[in-house]
Structure formats: structure tokens, C-alpha cells
Design a protein around this ligand. Structure first.
Ligand SMILES: Cc1ncc(COP(=O)(O)O)c(C=O)c1O
Length: 446
């Protein structure tokens, strides 16, 4: 199916002009308030204008904003590294800092390639990823993404990759059901490795909870453990893309910790410094690092702004607040409550096919037919209409299209700040359900 052109970005002239924000709310130049039901694109995990984070960044800026990585280390960088090590647990202890999620994924890919080269297996150059995934906008990350709407214009220029079926319990691959989809998708990975030749495969890259491309799709039960076993068996590195679902978004600091699995390499970004300053990281195990260290002495990948000092200071402040306020436990406990509230608020709406997700990362999927799970035709642009209606109603949420086949499908993601109050969460759910109902009614679908 031909992909439609990427979702049009509105000209800035058409957008409301935001002038101020505090906590879970933003205000535009007309004085209109918006509640941030998605933390932007699942970024602002502590809400806006947090005094403690701002003070930490300001203090760092007045000492030194950016110390270049070839000349210096800093307290902020070293402290953040220790925090990340502690939160990751296990052997995920070495990292490269970057300034976006795409760079984090790109760095994961390069660490994998450097590892195999250092390990005398330079033939391992291909990557395996999945359909209905999003890994970012740099060429490497984009090429691994299964998101036709966003990749179509660049096809032909990507690094070699093999795309497997999505592992989705609500939309299991043909011949599978919710209980068997994990094992069947894992078997598809093993078959692909054997077909291509294990000696050609560098890594398998996946989101343990799929974000924008699928709509908060958790790994089916048992899937991640099987993937871990298969990757280990064939010397293929397991890369967990936790840019969106990591840093506590789904209730554990590492999303894959929920599945009891340690990847070889992982990315993290959005929630790491909560959007106060752009920051991400690619993190690898000591086993991967030791191979690289023994041969090359250092990671080959990195950027001018790697380990940007003010960004690291923001990360330290954000992570200290998350730990001190016990926000991971709160987020974990809120997941089922949020899904329950959404189900109640949308009760009787035939077009709601599924409500799923974990922690502060939940999603409602719209379907034209509950029994067949057929999506609405993309030409209806339902997700765009929900976004517009929600903005009208003073709610920022994250509706996306294309989750079913890259073109059709409508999902509405809620990813509120971890420190939202219950009253704020209730307002978010209420406004989201109201917006969905209004759009469906206006379209003659309810
Ligand atoms: C899972 C995942 N990986 C990578 C990226 C790319 O991150 P960024 O937009 O910060 O470059 C995103 C962004 O949404 C993402 O959700």
C-alpha cells in the first residue's frame, strides 16, 4: 500500500503561541489554558517550569554551560552516570550521552557495529527490526523504523535491515492469538537470523513498549525473554529502544526490566532530562564495553555536545526528584487506574477497540469495527481531528495515525507527567474522552 505523505506540520502562524507553563498546565498568548495530558510527545515527565530543575540548570550555567568531552569531565556528568547505572541495575554501566532520541538510537547501532568489528566479526552489518516501530529521524534510526508514512521518501538510502512482524497481543500476526503471539514472533526472529546467516546480523532493535508507531503496545508475555535467548544463541546483540517508554514512563526505570530482561545495548532520551534541556544516552553492558575497550579503548561514536554539562545537570535534578518523590511506584500503580478511568469514560463508544499500555503510557485505539478490528480509513484523518478537538478543549494529547498498516489506524496516547495529581489525571481522561466522543459524533460515527 502506498504511503501517504507525512502528516503535515502546521505553519507556526497557525499554532497557538505558548507563553507560560507551570506543572501540568500551559497558557497561550490569549490566556487559554491547556493541560498537558501527554507531556508533549511523552517528554515532560515532571511537568513544566519545575523550580528545582530550573535552579539546577541555572546554577550549572553560571559555573560552566558546556565542557567539551575531549578536555574535561564534570560533576554533573559523573553524577548522572552513577544515577543511570543505579537505575539500570545489572551490568548496563557504560554510556554515551547525546542530545536526542534519534542520536541515542544511532549511537546504539554504532556501538553494536564497533563491538562486532572489535570482536573480529565485521561481517555482522545488518540489523533486524520490526514493522510498526519508530526509532527516529536520523538515517540509521529511520531506516530501522517500520513507519511507512515517515520513511517512504527516503527508501533506498537506508542501511540494510530486515523488518519483522509487530508483536502485538491486540493485533496478533496471522495464525496467532494473544497467548501465542509472543512465541510466534520470537520464532520469526530466529528464522530471519538463520535465513540471513547469523554471521551477518549485528543486532535486533525493538521498542519493549511500542510508542507512536503502535500505540503503547507492551511486549506480549514471554516475548522479550525468548528474544533474549535467541539473540544470545546467535551472537546477535539485543538493542532495546527506550527513548519513549524508558526513564520511568511505564513504571520501571528501564521498560524492559518489567519483562525481567537485560538488553546488550539500550537507548533512553525523552524523560531523562524531562525536556528541560535536550538529553539522551546509549547505554551498554560491561561485556559489550570490555570488547570495545580492549580493542579501541573508547567508544567511536560521540558528538560535540556529548555530555553537555547543563543537560546533565538537568538530568541529575530530574532523576533526583523522581527518586525522592517515589514517582516510579506511583506511575506503576497509576497504569491500571488510568486504563480503568479511560474505559469508564469511553464506555459505550463502539469505536474504541482497545485501551492498553502501562504506567503513564496508555492508549485508546479507534476501530471502525470491533469484531474485525478494521481501522477507519486514513482519509478520515480521525487522529488529526481528535488532536484539534482536544486542543480546542484545552488538552494536549498525542494522537497518531498509521498504527495498523503504516497508513490506516488511529490511536490516542496519554502520557501525563509522573507528578500529576489525581485531579489532573481525571481532568486529562475526561477531556480526552470528551474530545474523542465529539469527533466521532461530528463524523457521524457515534
Ligand atoms: C522509540 C523512539 N525512538 C526514537 C525516537 C526519536 O527521538 P527524537 O525525536 O528525540 O530524535 C523516538 C521519538 O519519538 C521514539 O519514540
Amino acid at each position: 500500500m502506498a504511503a501517504k505523505s507525512p502528516e503535515p506540520l502546521k505553519s507556526t502562524a497557525e499554532l497557538p503561541r505558548v507563553v507560560r507553563a507551570k506543572g501540568s498546565y500551559l497558557w497561550d498568548a490569549t490566556g487559554k489554558a491547556y493541560i498537558d495530558g501527554s507531556g508533549g510527545p511523552a517528554v515532560y515527565c515532571l511537568g513544566h517550569a519545575n523550580d528545582e530543575v530550573n535552579a539546577a540548570v541555572a546554577a550549572q550555567m553560571s559555573d560552566i554551560a558546556h565542557a567539551y568531552r575531549y578536555n574535561f569531565t564534570t560533576d554533573a556528568l559523573e553524577e548522572l552516570t552513577e544515577i543511570i547505572r543505579a537505575q539500570c541495575g545489572g551490568t548496563l554501566r557504560e554510556m554515551v550521552y547525546v542530545t536526542s532520541g534519534s542520536e541515542a538510537v544511532e549511537s546504539c547501532l554504532k556501538i553494536a557495529l564497533q563491538y562486532h568489528t572489535a570482536n573480529g566479526q565485521k561481517s555482522r552489518r545488518k540489523f533486524i527490526s520490526r514493522q510498526r516501530s519508530w526509532h527516529g529521524n536520523t538515517l540509521g534510526a529511520l531506516g530501522l523504523s517500520g513507519f511507512a508514512e515517515r520513511t517512504a521518501a527516503y527508501e533506498g538510502a537506508f542501511i540494510p535491515s530486515i523488518k519483522l512482524s509487530p508483536a502485538n497481543a491486540y493485533r496478533p500476526v496471522a495464525g496467532a492469538d494473544a497467548a501465542s503471539v509472543g512465541a510466534i514472533c520470537a520464532a520469526e526472529l530466529e528464522a530471519a537470523i538463520l535465513r540471513e546467516g547469523p554471521e551477518t546480523i549485528a543486532a535486533f532493535v525493538f521498542e519493549p513498549v511500542v510508542g507512536a508507531a503502535g500505540g503503547c503496545v507492551p511486549a506480549p508475555d514471554g516475548y522479550a525473554k525468548l528474544v533474549r535467548e535467541i539473540c544470545t544463541k546467535y551472537g546477535v546483540l539485543m538493542i532495546s529502544d527506550e527513548v519513549m517508554c524508558g526513564a520511568g514512563r511505564t513504571g520501571t526505570w528501564r521498560a524492559l526490566a518489567y519483562d525481567g530482561v537485560e538488553p546488550d545495548i539500550m537507548s533512553v532520551a525523552k524523560g531523562l532530562a524531562a525536556g528541560y534541556v535536550p538529553l539522551g544516552a546509549a547505554i551498554c553492558t560491561t561485556a559489550v564495553w570490555e570488547v570495545i575497550r580492549a580493542k579501541d579503548g573508547a567508544f567511536g561514536t560521540g558528538h560535540t555536545f556529548t555530555g553537555h554539562t547543563a543537560a546533565c545537570a538537568a538530568g541529575v535534578a530530574v532523576q533526583k526528584i523522581i527518586a525522592r518523590e517515589g514517582l516510579l511506584a506511583k506511575v506503576a500503580a497509576n497504569g491500571d487506574r488510568l486504563k480503568g478511568w479511560m474505559a469508564d469514560a469511553l464506555a459505550g463508544v463502539e469505536a474504541i477497540g482497545d485501551i492498553r499500555g502501562r504506567g503513564h503510557f496508555i492508549c485508546a485505539e479507534l476501530v471502525a469495527d470491533r469484531a474485525t478490528k478494521a481501522p477507519f480509513d486514513a482519509s478520515r484523518q480521525l487522529h488529526l481531528k481528535v488532536r484539534a478537538q482536544a486542543m480546542e478543549n484545552g488538552l494536549i494529547c498525542y494522537p497518531v495515525g498509521g498504527n495498523v498498516d503504516g497508513v490506516n489506524g488511529d490511536i490516542v496516547i496519554l502520557s501525563p507527567p509522573y507528578n500529576c495529581t489525581d485531579a489532573e489525571l481525571a481532568e486529562i481522561v475526561d477531556k480526552c474522552a470528551t474530545s474523542i466522543r465529539q469527533v466521532l459524533r461530528a463524523e457521524g460515527l457515534a
